[in-house]
Design a protein around this ligand. Structure first.
Ligand SMILES: Cc1cc2nc3c(=O)[nH]c(=O)nc-3n(C[C@H](O)[C@H](O)[C@H](O)COP(=O)(O)OP(=O)(O)OC[C@H]3O[C@@H](n4cnc5c(N)ncnc54)[C@H](O)[C@@H]3O)c2cc1C
Length: 396
């Protein structure tokens, strides 16, 4: 049985979401992929926000019909969006990744100013951790945030790269070192920087093999000044804020991987059941069954792990109690998306690598980013092993 962990209400929500995506996203996917038109994405994000679908994880703000909204439903949104277009799904995932620390750690006035517009789909958020010298090893960042006593402002200097929504965002969360004399995990802070703040610029956007239509670039911070109140949480709490967001991000990424994997699987099955080769349907050949069976069990494994992690989060588990399960969900769903898009190309043959014959080549290009973003597969394995062997620390 598919979706074993879901309740009837969850399943009804998925059906509602499918209708919504068919109406709002499906007619726009070509504009996103071919024209790389970000305004098309913001139009769909706005519709999602107006329908209340970006508030599902923020239960104090949600006022829709679900009796127990939560991460489970946010994962369903990700899955259904990624099924149609992974680039668009990354825009929602980034919005939630930015909203989450603001919801938990921003001062009330800033929460009101920035959180509500993001969750209503009227504003775009961005999170800035990665730098040229650090990706997985985020504790090694060199961006500096110092406090200017005379003006009561935070002053930020640094350079961030691979930043989703760079140049499109209305607000950026920037991580940097506030106390270089402490270990980075204890001397890092996070501040909110509104777009248009002098000194913040976007020198370059990247050109990616997949996720066409999503916007990712570099962010320069040159003597950027923001008021004291823009600090998230307390000074030197930035690393804990970062870790706190990883669990939920990884479960959401489980939904992204599932959506991409399932789209590829459906296209592969359609082809295997219609294409005739050597006098029989392709799907009647044993070598093709093997691929179909492998895609099937991998998708179910990814789904069970992702839904389990989401349900655990909704039951109140977090931090170290969710680290292994969230990492397993992200790892297995990402690798499943890569596997399924690759096998789908193989089953479609020439049609699988040709733009004129549908979307399989796009899924293949899109999927490849999944084991890299939001914690690479290797980092997920490290976190899983660390929880399995608490008495020793695997050597990074
Ligand atoms: C499309 C896209 C969007 C992104 N969006 C954002 C964003 O919005 N904000 C943001 O801050 N960042 C973003 N990133 C950055 C992303 O989080 C990093 O790319 C990721 O964390 C990996 O870092 P890296 O690219 O520097 O690779 P590295 O950390 O240099 O790793 C390179 C390879 O080495 C492996 N590796 C590293 N250390 C070890 C080890 N100890 N043992 C074994 N293997 C190891 C990694 O798993 C990886 O396979 C984005 C990246 C992409 C591609």
């Amino acid at each position: 049985m598919h979706d074993f962990f879901l309740t009837d209400e969850d399943r009804a929500f998925r059906a509602e979401l499918r209708d919504f995506m068919a109406r709002e996203l499906a007619p726009r996917v070509d504009a996103i992929e071919r024209n790389q038109d970000f305004s098309t994405q913001t139009a769909v994000a706005r519709a999602l926000g107006e329908a209340g679908y970006l508030k599902l994880m923020f239960t104090d703000l949600y006022s829709g019909p679900l009796s127990a909204p939560g991460l489970t439903h946010a994962v369903i949104v990700s899955e259904e969006a990624a099924y149609l277009n992974y680039a668009f799904e990354t825009t929602i995932a980034t919005a939630l990744s930015c909203a989450y620390p603001i919801h938990r750690h921003a001062r009330p006035a800033l929460r009101e100013r920035y959180l509500t517009p993001i969750l209503e789909g009227r504003a775009v958020g961005s999170i800035c951790m990665t730098e040229p010298g650090v990706g997985s090893d985020s504790a090694g960042m060199t961006t500096r945030i110092r406090f200017d006593d005379s003006t009561r402002e935070w002053v930020i200097d640094g350079f961030k790269r691979y930043i989703s929504n760079a140049g499109e965002a209305d607000v950026y969360i920037v991580w940097g070192i506030t106390d270089p004399d402490l270990p980075p995990q204890k001397g890092m802070s996070a501040v909110l920087v509104p777009a248009g703040t002098p000194g913040l610029s976007v020198p370059r956007l990247y050109d990616f093999m997949g996720r066409r239509g999503s916007v990712v670039g570099e962010v320069t911070l040159d003597q950027v000044r923001v008021p004291e109140e823009n600090l998230l949480g307390e000074v030197n709490q930035g690393f804990a804020i970062m870790l706190g967001a990883f669990n939920f991000e990884r479960v959401i990424l489980g939904g992204s991987g599932l959506g991409v994997a399932r789209a590829a699987f459906d296209l592969a099955k359609d082809h295997a059941q219609s294409r005739v080769s050597f006098g029989q349907k392709l799907g009647q050949k044993q070598l093709i069954w093997d691929m179909v069976a492998q895609m099937s069990w991998r998708i179910d494994a990814a789904e069970l792990l992702t839904h389990r992690a989401a349900k655990m989060y909704d039951a109140g588990l977090g931090g170290k109690d969710l680290m292994r399960e969230a990492s397993q969900a992200k790892l297995v769903a990402s690798e499943t998306a890569v596997f399924c898009s690759d096998r789908a190309v193989q089953i479609l043959g020439g049609d699988g690598v040709t733009r004129q014959y549908g979307r399989v080549e796009q899924l293949y290009r899109d999927a490849r980013a999944l084991p890299i973003v939001g914690g690479t597969s290797e980092m997920c394995k490290y976190l899983i092993a660390a929880r399995e062997m608490p008495a020793i620390r695997p050597n990074l």
